[in-house]
Design a protein around this ligand. Structure first.
Ligand code: FAD
Length: 459
């Protein structure tokens, strides 16, 4: 049986370990004190809440399938139905049904929404009459969509959603990598509006921000369950520092732990790491892979989870939360009303209202440079303006995700091809993680399983 070291105990690495469970002897090295990476359930006011990802896309099956396989099927739950809401121009304004990643498929329905000006609505509706040449190559989301629908659609509807999913900006994100379904339609060279309407009426899945599942007790249970079920040796508090080739095409990993240096050897390694961490380990083996990985930009964010007294926060906010367009100039990027969104949380803490606020988009260093107490103050102040006086939080917790989300810039897909080609020349090595083919948990599970299959195939 081949020995495999998986470096990185986030969901990508654990999915790889799960896939390898019957064909290899697996050790997972995780730098943190527990597995899960961006899937982590912590406590605020004694209540278990997710500090990172809380939703598994229903649009893709991989995460749900793995969660079910490791015994979490009965714990999967749906959020309360609620439209995506944008906090703009002093009010919370729901996006009309039928939007695709913020693009209104029937712009006229925005007339009384306050989301777009009358000129912005007219400009969006013009899309179906504009000549459309097939998109060739990649471009930014903003470049393509503002040419088709006008800048207001991008600034006020698409940007808030991209901020929520990627902590990214429309003028930097790749149309192909960030909005692949829209890029595929754009390549056909026909107006988008009729095609998007057909997608919706054909019963195509709804956008990931609304079509999700949660896990009763917190999505942090998911990686823990995979770690238990995969049968791998899981070493937490173990940071890989170097990777060396040794005789027989084997690999040696040197890692540091609280007790000193640990050296291990294996037939194969899976790097399930953020791009910048994988770059470090690959430096001696592939300058090309190292350079391309190091060039993947990342956005940092902070999640401020707060518990309010239901008795004092009156009236309580309705809906599942809101997103904020960057052009409105607020510190908050998004707020998620967890106690409304997840019934299990409401039942677990009926006296308390839990929400989380997010701050930070790519290129916005200033808000995150502030100390925790300032972030809490800024979040509470924006919340009061958005939903009315809620009183002060009973407890608050700031979780900083430094370089937490990879940014798929223009040309990202081609970069990933170059990385995979360069790494493919190293026998017994596979890469997986959020930096490659999707940042969502389901995409990460898919890359982890694909990396494991590559190793099992003897590559
Ligand atoms: C705040 C936030 C909210 C999100 N919400 C959602 C959501 O609701 N739904 C969704 O689908 N996606 C969401 N995402 C995205 C998704 O959670 C992540 O993209 C995904 O979990 C990344 O998994 P990963 O295993 O690739 O990487 P990570 O989770 O980053 O795991 C990598 C692991 O490697 C470890 N590591 C790093 N260096 C070393 C080293 N040298 N040696 C050993 N270990 C090392 C790290 O400690 C980490 O545990 C969210 C992301 C963030 C930041």
């Amino acid at each position: 049986m081949r020995s495999v070291i998986v470096i990185g105990g986030g969901i990508s690495g654990l999915a790889a370990a799960w896939q390898l469970r019957e064909g290899a002897d697996v050790t997972v090295l995780e730098a943190g004190t527990r597995v899960g990476g961006k899937l982590r359930t912590g406590t605020v006011a004694g209540i278990g809440v997710d500090e990172g990802a809380d939703s598994l896309m229903a649009l893709r099956s991989e995460a749900v399938e793995l969660a079910t396989a490791v015994g979490l099927g009965p714990s999967l739950c749906d959020p309360a139905p609620s439209p995506t809401t944008i906090w703009t121009d002093g009010a919370l304004r729901p996006l009309p049904a039928g939007h695709v990643m913020g693009i209104p498929t029937h712009p006229a329905t925005l007339a009384d929404s306050g989301l777009l000006s009358p000129e912005g609505i007219a400009r969006a509706a013009e899309e179906e009459t504009l000549p459309a040449r097939p998109l060739v190559g990649d471009c930014s989301v903003a470049e393509y969509l503002s040419a088709r629908f006008g800048r207001e659609v991008v600034d006020r509807l698409v940007e808030p959603l991209l901020g929520g999913v990627y902590a990214g900006r429309a003028d930097r994100l790749s149309l192909h990598a960030a909005l692949p379904r829209i890029a595929a339609l754009a390549e056909q060279g026909a107006p988008l509006l009729p095609a998007l309407r057909r997608l919706r009426t054909a019963g195509a899945p709804r956008p990931p921000v609304v079509a999700v599942h949660g896990v009763v007790g917190g999505a942090g249970r998911f990686p823990e369950a995979v770690a238990r079920a995969c049968g791998a040796r899981v070493l937490t508090g173990t940071t890989a520092r170097s990777l060396d080739r040794i005789a027989g095409d084997r690999w040696r990993v040197r890692a540091v732990t609280d007790d000193g240096v640990l050296t291990m050897e294996a037939d194969a390694v899976v790097l399930a790491l953020p791009a910048f961490a994988a770059a470090e380990l690959l430096r001696p083996h592939s300058p090309l892979a190292e350079a391309e990985l190091a060039a993947v930009p990342y956005a940092s964010t902070a999640v401020i989870t707060m518990a309010f007294s239901r008795a004092r926060a009156n009236p309580l906010p309705e809906g599942n939360g809101f997103l904020v367009p960057p052009t409105d100039g607020h510190t908050l990027k998004a707020a998620s009303f967890l106690s409304n969104k997840w019934s299990w949380l409401r039942e677990a803490s009926p006296e308390t209202f839990v929400l989380r606020a997010s701050i930070g988009r790519v290129g916005e260093a200033e808000p995150l440079a502030r100390p925790d107490r300032h972030l809490i103050r800024a979040a509470v102040s924006d919340l009061h303006r958005a939903v009315g006086p809620m009183g002060e939080p009973l407890a608050a917790r700031v979780t900083r995700w430094d370089r937490g989300l990879p940014q798929y810039g223009v040309g990202h897909r081609e970069r990933v091809v170059r990385i995979r080609e360069a790494a493919g020349k190293l026998p017994g090595l596979a890469l997986c993680g959020a930096a490659y083919e999707g940042v969502g948990v389901a995409a990460c599970v898919a890359t982890g399983r694909a990396a494991a299959k590559r190793i099992l195939s003897g590559a």
